[in-house]
Design a protein around this ligand. Structure first.
Ligand code: AP5
Ligand code: MG
Length: 214
């Protein structure tokens, strides 16, 4: 089963993808997390990516497509996967669909999470991130057991560089500009499910399960 989790910055894509991954036993991968890992290596590719991510701009399609394709051929993706934050442009949709069709696979569900902009700002302002485990917390909505420490690795939690208010504003604008054609594409053949992301984490998750287990 191949599932795309789609939505604006801070809507809960990573939070819900991790829960779904544990439940369905298929990997979830976030293009944002992949890029953050590449930046840590400080390779030429990492430096190139940093210039886009720090500004809140999209990484060029060809870079994203290549990284995703290299991840999707890994053996743990044989039974399916959850794509968090990919595709996010029509060009990425077309490459993904072509790639899957060439392997007699298809994209089964596109889950769009929908949240008010004000709520997104609150979620990103309080988000805490564990760079190694990639787990996401929230100071109020999803606090770690020990303040400031990851439940899994015990590492220090940080605020992401692109969660600075001015970068967040730009990320929203970039999302808004690219969203509609992608959603129109998936809505046209009935694969798109809109989920109310304003509910709490467990309620949103229950609504997602109703879609993928129907
Ligand atoms: P990426 O890392 O994917 O960032 P994003 O899309 O902006 O989304 P976020 O990770 O910020 O939010 P999320 O939806 O995962 O929310 P989360 O679960 O953390 O991408 C970063 C950058 O990489 C992009 O700007 C771009 O440069 C580049 N990039 C990535 N993919 C690309 C692509 N395909 N093409 C080109 N460039 C690409 O939740 C947020 C907070 O809210 C957390 O604190 C969480 O605990 C809390 N929370 C979650 N759900 C709830 C709830 N229901 N109630 C209350 N709190 C909640
Ligand atoms: Mg995320």
């Amino acid at each position: 089963m191949i599932i795309v989790v789609f939505g604006p910055p801070g809507v809960g894509k990573g939070t819900q993808s991790a829960k779904l991954s544990a439940h369905l036993g298929i990997p979830a991968f976030s293009t944002g997390d992949m890029f953050r890992a590449a930046m840590v290596e400080d390779s030429p590719l990492g430096q190139k990516i940093r210039s886009f991510m720090d500004a809140g701009d999209l990484v060029p399609d060809e870079v994203v497509n290549e990284l995703v394709a290299s991840r999707m051929v890994q053996p743990d993706c044989a039974d399916g996967l959850i794509l968090d934050g990919y595709p996010r442009t029509v060009a990425q949709v077309k490459v993904l669909e072509g790639w899957l069709a060439g392997r007699k696979m298809k994209l089964d569900y596109v889950i769009e999470l929908v949240v008010d902009r004000e709520e997104l700002v609150k979620r990103l302002a309080g988000r805490l991130y564990a760079p190694t485990s990639k787990k996401t917390y929230h100071e109020k909505y999803a606090p770690p057991r020990v303040p400031g420490k990851c439940n899994i690795t015990g590492e220090d939690l940080i605020h992401r560089d692109d969660d600075k208010p001015e970068v967040v504003r730009h990320r929203f604008d970039v999302y808004t500009k690219n969203t509609q054609p992608v959603l129109d594409y998936f809505a046209a053949d009935g694969r798109l499910s809109r989920i109310d992301g304003m509910k709490n984490i467990d309620e949103v998750y229950a609504d997602i399960l109703k879609v993928v287990e129907k």
